[in-house]
Design a binder for this molecule. Sequence first.
Ligand SMILES: *Cc1c(COP(=O)(O)O)cnc(C)c1O
Length: 381
Amino acid sequence: MGPGPSDVHPRVLSAMARPTVGHLDPTFIGLMDQIKELLQYAFQTSNELTLAVSGPGSAGMETCFVNLLEPGDRVVVCVNGVFGGRMKENVERCGGTALLVEDAWGQEVDPDKVEAALKAHPGVKAVAFVHAETSTGVKSDAMALCEAARRHGALAIVDVVTSIGGIPVMVDAWGADAVYAGSQKCLSCTPGLSPVTFSPRAVEAMRARTGKVQSWFLDLGLVMSYWGGGVKRAYHHTAPVNALYGLHEALLMLKEEGLDRAWARHWTHHLALRDGLEAMGLHFLVAKPHRLPQLNTVFVPDGVDEAAVRSRLLDRHGIELGAGLGALAGKVWRVGLMGQSSTVSNVLLFLTALETILAEMGAPIVVGAAVPAAMAAEHLP
Ligand SMILES: *Cc1c(COP(=O)(O)O)cnc(C)c1O
């Protein structure tokens, strides 16, 4: 119940234990074609250039930046947490200039500030932002931010690592151009793969490059000789065959459940957790309209050693929480309800365990109210 990896379903684990075949085996190529279709569903896109990068979410992030940017490009980078900060690093390492639009940790990215930055700096190449900031549990308005980018002729680069599978990710409806995700958050696969998708506009921008992509491994022009080669696929790198079996199975499970139902499940369990924590007397960092159901950031009660609570939860109950990052270190817990970890039983076990531990420590909480609040009929079936 931390910020990922989330629990991996036994179906995914056993898919990964299937015999390893060659990365050019016709059976495997058929499976890759299915992965592409399933990813198009998860991203809600018809983008042709949709694949899983062989590397964690950070590799997907880097794939977007290195393929689109050339030295001298300027990018509006929205920073309201850890991952926006990494986007700035990426822009600078590509030889670009990051024009920062900063919002406080726990606040959403302000579309008005982005609009103002685009007006002040005509001709920027892209606007980059994180849809679901895992370091704080805040959701930003992807539709408004992509629209602002498009109005000013800039590409929209969007991080949906934590959002995909948990809250609506609508790549085509947003008009997003370069989007990267992760396997281990709400998709509940093992860590190490990064689904990415690129709009025709982004593909156009890659074709118009004058210089080589600085990374050989992440150069999509080369990667696509493998992923996009149809029956004439050529070796680029050895695909992580068994990891892709796992991603295929996790995406199949998402398709079977249906995106609408997966989003509703995350929301319902968030409401139960929220009402339980608030009944206990705890408070959320993020204002209600901008909260992520899959990542709940709550303040640690006064006088409580937050790390001691986390180790008791882990030792006694096998529950892992995320700690606060940056200025929030020691002040908050990050409670994940991602993918297969988003269940009623996890919510109830966590509330019971947390209440017991906080009461033992003499923390100023309300005892006995959390579970009944969480189980209120309007939330749970
Ligand atoms: C986890 C995460 C990443 C990085 O993913 P890794 O798989 O750890 O490389 C990037 N962005 C966001 C919003 C994340 O939550």
